[in-house]
Each structure stands twice: as structure tokens, then as C-alpha cells.
Design a protein around this ligand. Sequence first.
Ligand SMILES: [Zn+2]
Length: 203
Amino acid sequence: MNAIDKLVEHFRRFPGIGPRQANRFVYHLLGQNHASRDDLARLITELKSEAQMCGVCGQFFTKKQPNISKCNICNDVNRDNTVLMVVEKDADLQSIEKGGIYNGYYFILGGIVPILEKNPENKIRIRELEKRIANTSTLSEIILALSATTEGDNTTTYLRETLTPVAKKSDLKISILGRGLSTGSELEYSDPDTISNALRNRS
Ligand SMILES: [Zn+2]
């Protein structure tokens, strides 16, 4: 496989990108000047040293100072520590933050559970979530905020089943987003008002 084909393969793994788009990206790069391509290559290399995963919620953040292991949100003591919202990915967290009505903490699953998946624990950060819940004595509610898609619903069902024992033990309420989110809609692309409504109407 030559460099062009390899790069097309890489772009194909990006979310929402098909083979034709991946191909267009590579030919776009070929049309760029050296400086622009070098800049992109350098930025990709620097990602690892510039950004890191928050040790508490699992979202990625850029390190402004070395030796910081928590993101801005987890570091913010003014947030409501009785509620934890579970989302699939960083982009979902950003959509909810834009809505501006949620003031609790988050947990990023880092994936979703496909239908008929035999090993869901390999697809999402469920062990880390259980640990996070066990280590937070102030919690009274866990909000499962997954996209209103088939896989999102499947993930919600799995999370409910898995977390129910710990929720019962610690007297935690497990809630899900309300009907503000129409069927098939992805949290990432929902507008702030829709998300706010879904959050207010959670059950
Ligand atoms: Zn965090």
C-alpha cells in the first residue's frame, strides 16, 4: 500500500467520513504547499504532548501547565457535586455546556455499546465509571445522556442494568434525558435549547 492509500485509510476511520471524502482530503493535501503540510504533520505530532485525558471525567484538554491531571470542569469546585452526567464523547459534553443550564460534573464513556455486543465492558469505560461513582459520596443522581439512536438506547439499557446495584446501595437516582431529543438525533448535533429541554424533562 502506498502513502496515498494509507492516508486515505486513516481518514476513512474519522467519524462520519466515507471513502470518497477520505480520498478528497488526501488530494487536497497533495495540492497544499510544503509549509502547510509540514504544519499539519507537526500539529498531529504535538497533540500527544499538548493534550491529555482528564483523570476524573475522561475528556481531553490542553495542558496549560505541566503536572495538571484534571480538566477545568473537574477542577471547578463551584459545580454541583450531587449530579454526574454520563455522555458518550467530548463533543456531547461540549454541546451540553453550550446549553448552559447544567452545572454538575461529567463522565465520558469514550464509546458506545453496539447492538448484540458480547463484551460491552471493552467498548466503554464502565469500570472507570463504577469507580468514579464509588469514590463520590456526595452524588444523588446520575444522568444518562446518550444520543437518541439505537446504539445510544442500547448503551442506556446496559448502563442502567450495570449501575442499578451500586445505585440502590448508595440511594442514587438514575435518570435519562426527556423527549426533547427526537428519535434518531445525536446529542452532538442537537441545539442548546433542545438539550436544555431534554435535561429539564429528564425522568
Ligand atoms: Zn475532567
